[in-house]
Ligand binder design. Structure first.
Ligand SMILES: [Zn+2]
Length: 250
C-alpha cells in the first residue's frame, strides 16, 4: 500500500494513466543497482530516488574530486574528499527519506558483482570504462537481469537497453565486444556536463519504464546523441548468435 504522504509525494506521476497507483506500487517494490555514482549516475540516482524506487543500491569505490563537480551534480563542494556513495546517500536521503539506500563502497570483483546484480531487479551501468561495462554485462546476462547502459564522452552520447529476458535482445558484448573507443574516459577526452545529464536522465526514464511496466523500452536499438548538432539517431542492433557472453555457445 501507499501512504497518504507517498500518494502526495508521487501525485504528479501517479496522475499519468501509464503509471497510476499500480505502477507506483511496482516502483516501491523495485530494487535497482546503479554502477558508478558519477556523471551518469548522478541524474540516474537523483531521479530514481525522487520517483520512489524502493531500493537503490549504489556502487562506487571512488571519492569526490573537485574536477567531478562540473558534471556530477549529486555531489557538492562540501563533499570533496568524501566517498561518492556516502555523498550521494546524504543528498538522496534529503530528497526522499522513504526509500532504502544500499551502499557498495568497495570495488566489486566477479563474485561480489554477481551477488549485487542478483539482489536487484534491474541494473544501470553508469561506469566510465570498458572493463567494468563488460563485467556488468556478463553478470546481468548470467542473472537474467535487464541492463540500462549509457555512455557519454566529449559532445556525444549513447544509450541502449539490454534485456536477457527477451529472446531477441542483444547484450552489451554483442554490440561492443569487438572494442570501441569506449576505452577512452572523460578524464582523458573531456566531456560537457549536460551531455552526461541527458544520457543519465534517459537511463533513469528507461529504468522507470521497465520497473513500473509501461512504454516501449530501448531494446534492440542504440540511440546516438550528437550534442554539437543537437541530433538524435537510432540504429537497430541485433543479437549476435556467436556472442561469447549471451550466444548459444557461451
Ligand atoms: Zn551478446
Amino acid at each position: 500500500m501507499l501512504t497518504d504522504e507517498e500518494l502526495l509525494r508521487y501525485s504528479r506521476q501517479i496522475l499519468l494513466q501509464q503509471v497510476d497507483i499500480d505502477g507506483q506500487l511496482r516502483l516501491k517494490q523495485s530494487r535497482a543497482l546503479v554502477v558508478g555514482v558519477g556523471g551518469l549516475g548522478s541524474p540516474v540516482a537523483l531521479y530514481l530516488a525522487a520517483a520512489g524506487v524502493g531500493e537503490l543500491h549504489l556502487a562506487d569505490f571512488d571519492s569526490v574530486d573537485l574536477t567531478n563537480l562540473q558534471r556530477q551534480i549529486i555531489h557538492d563542494t562540501q563533499s570533496v574528499g568524501q566517498s561518492k556513495v556516502d555523498s550521494a546517500i546524504t543528498r538522496l536521503t534529503a530528497i526522499n527519506p522513504e526509500i532504502k539506500l544500499v551502499p557498495h563502497r568497495a570495488a566489486l570483483d566477479v563474485d561480489s558483482l554477481a551477488a549485487a546484480v542478483e539482489a536487484v531487479d534491474l541494473v544501470l551501468d553508469c561506469s566510465d570504462n570498458f572493463s567494468t561495462r563488460e563485467a556488468v554485462n556478463a553478470a546481468c546476462v548470467a542473472a537474467g537481469k535487464p541492463l540500462v547502459s549509457g555512455a557519454a564522452i566529449r559532445l556525444e552520447g549513447q544509450l541502449s537497453v539490454f534485456d536477457p529476458r527477451r529472446a531477441e535482445s542483444p547484450c552489451y558484448h554483442c554490440l561492443y565486444g569487438h572494442g570501441s573507443e569506449a576505452e577512452l574516459t572523460c578524464s582523458e577526452a573531456g566531456v560537457i556536463g549536460p551531455v552526461v545529464g541527458l544520457v543519465g536522465s534517459l537511463q533513469a526514464l528507461e529504468a522507470l519504464k521497465l520497473l513500473a511496466g509501461f512504454g516501449e523500452p530501448l531494446v534492440g536499438r542504440l540511440l546516438l546523441i550528437d550534442a554539437l548538432g543537437t541530433r538524435f539517431r537510432e540504429l537497430k542492433v541485433k543479437r549476435d548468435p556467436g556472442c561469447s557472453v549471451c550466444g548459444a555457445g557461451a
